[in-house]
Design a protein around this ligand. Sequence first.
Ligand SMILES: [Zn+2]
Length: 139
Amino acid sequence: MKYQQGQHFLMSPECRDMPIQHLVQIDEEEAYATFRQFRWPKTQGEPVCPHCGVLDCYANRRRAFKCSGCRREFSVTSGTVFAFHKLSFWKMLTAIWMSVNAVKGKAALHLSRELGVRYKTAWVLSLKIKEALGCAASA
Ligand SMILES: [Zn+2]
């Protein structure tokens, strides 16, 4: 990490690599590609089977993959807190961006209004993001 010891992470240069101007300009395909990069950084976004770790996977249907090793299906969100979520990748990415950039946390009601989703959806999404951040912090 490049940020100085004792410096709050949100003050570091790494936190400025995705300004909100970038986020509002990307479309659903770019948001999906960003999710793939986050999920499989070592293969530059190419899928890796979450069940057996095989790299030889092929697109089974739109945004789903099938493993050549164990023959199981998976997606970019399989095994994550976003599995089975029906929101667009852009909304999930935006929710993550807003949540991690809110120094004092992000209220679900605020998230609901900004994303244009129901309060319950924003509340669940907010909890899942907090869960993921908690897992990342304890790992
Ligand atoms: Zn597999």
